[in-house]
Design a protein around this ligand. Structure first.
Ligand SMILES: Cc1cc2nc3c(=O)[nH]c(=O)nc-3n(C[C@H](O)[C@H](O)[C@H](O)COP(=O)(O)OP(=O)(O)OC[C@H]3O[C@@H](n4cnc5c(N)ncnc54)[C@H](O)[C@@H]3O)c2cc1C
Length: 397
């Protein structure tokens, strides 16, 4: 298979737009088909760690995004009741020095908007109201054809399935299989700081408690606070995987937590409730002229805040290999490099659920105490775990 000159992408999420931009900058003709009637992202925050920021920097977006970011000073894990710190690891300037790029908090809509504008400028064609149903490979013409619900078709040298956890492209490639409900739900919300009745520290903070955890951090230069409240639930009754949440239920679930949490929640006027889903490692990420990227191939629990970061890394690596190798070699190398990394981060995210939710009662608390002791006496051990994630640089050979 030769090199590609025209690519069609299913899904204009963060992963789809990133790969569209990276390819368009290499002179590839790109069409993105998005099911939504208008472009946008959910009203929630995103932690963008240095490994992802190195890619956004290479794509020329750092300067514009910096004006929209908030720079947290510490990554913290605190006790749900006492507020005691189990972990306090420097971010801010120290993260930039250690990892070669800053650690930021961004509003998802801001990142998405900047990406979409850059794509438009780079000549990416975006087709809205374009619901992807599948694809057809034409081996004689060396083409793949993306199929839309309304009968529309787009032919290209390569199809990238960046259509999220319920990917239709993945479904055709690997068969129909529902994502696994991970036994947890997440309430998400964004609160203007002017509505707050409590002072929140400028950290990326995880509050760990039995069967639940709570994450809070600032957005948009400190004008908003984002929260994610996670609770273990044995089943998810609703058909939908995202619905409006009940603020009163959220308040009750975290009522006796540390005042920084319970008072923060009191300021929330609305919230969305998400079922957290995952997938087992896929047997392959590509077939013929079709390849998967982001949540379409490696959805994960958000407990390392790395799902979007992995989609961003995928995008850069895929575009890089496509510019250097024949199509079949590029797809092979892409999977060889990305699958072990994404799978490792998936596993780390899952392991954090046990830590944040104090699984095992007293034992769970002891694990957090051990983390606290390690942070004091052998901080390099803790740091080296994060180095693997944040120090990684896909933009370097
Ligand atoms: C509570 C929570 C908190 C999180 N926090 C973080 C964080 O702090 N940092 C981080 O890095 N990650 C975080 N994540 C993970 C992150 O949100 C996802 O991993 C990321 O959005 C995946 O991007 P994607 O482009 O692969 O998929 P998506 O964002 O799901 O985008 C897929 C796109 O494809 C479109 N689409 C779907 N089906 C079709 C179709 N049939 N036809 C056409 N278009 C279609 C969708 O409309 C969408 O636009 C979090 C996730 C959750 C649930």
């Amino acid at each position: 298979m030769d090199q590609v000159s025209r690519v069609v992408i299913a899904g204009a999420g963060i992963g789809g737009l990133c790969v569209a931009l990276a390819l368009a900058k290499q002179g590839v003709q790109v069409v993105v088909c998005e099911q939504a009637a208008s472009l946008g992202e959910v009203g929630a925050g995103l932690q963008i760690s240095p490994n992802a920021l190195k890619v956004l920097r290479q794509l020329g977006l750092e300067a514009e995004l910096s004006g929209l970011a908030f720079v947290p000073q510490y990554a913290a894990i605190r006790d749900y009741k006492s507020g005691e710190y189990y972990l306090k690891s420097s971010l801010g300037e120290q993260a930039e020095v250690r990892y070669g790029a800053p650690y930021w908090h961004l509003h998802r809509a801001d990142l998405h908007q900047v990406l979409a504008a850059a794509c438009a400028k780079a000549g990416v064609e975006l087709v809205l109201n374009a619901v992807v149903t599948g694809y057809r490979e034409n081996t004689e013409l060396n083409q793949v054809c993306l199929l839309l619900e309304d009968g529309g078709e787009f032919s290209a040298d390569l199809l990238i399935g960046a259509d999220g956890i319920r990917s239709k492209v993945r479904e055709q490639m690997l068969g129909q299989e529902c994502p696994n409900y991970m036994g947890q739900v997440a309430w998400r919300g964004v609160i203007p700081v002017s509505d707050l009745i409590v002072n929140i520290k400028p950290d990326a903070c995880v509050w760990a408690g039995p069967g639940r955890h709570f994450v809070s951090y600032y957005l948009r230069g400190g004008d908003y606070v984002n929260f994610v409240a996670v609770e273990e639930r044995s089943d998810w009754q609703s058909e939908s995987w995202r619905e409006e949440g009940d603020v009163e239920e959220l308040k009750r679930a975290f009522a006796n937590w540390h005042p920084e949490v319970s008072e923060l929640i009191k300021s929330a006027s609305s919230t969305f409730l998400w079922a957290l889903n995952g997938r087992n490692e896929l047997p392959t990420w590509h077939e013929g002229r079709v390849v998967l990227l982001g949540d379409a191939c490696h959805p994960m629990l958000p407990f390392m805040a790395q799902g979007a970061a992995m989609a961003i890394e995928d995008a850069f690596v895929l575009a890089k290999y496509l510019s250097r190798h024949t199509l079949s070699d590029a797809l092979l190398k892409y999977e060889q490099v990305r699958k072990p990394r994404a799978t490792k981060i998936q596993q780390m995210s899952k392991a954090n659920a046990g830590l944040y939710h104090m699984h095992g009662g007293v034992l769970g608390k002891m694990k957090l105490k051990a983390l606290q002791a390690a942070g004091r006496f052998v901080p390099d051990v803790i740091q080296s775990k994060l180095d693997v994630v944040y120090g990684y640089d896909v933009t370097k050979d």
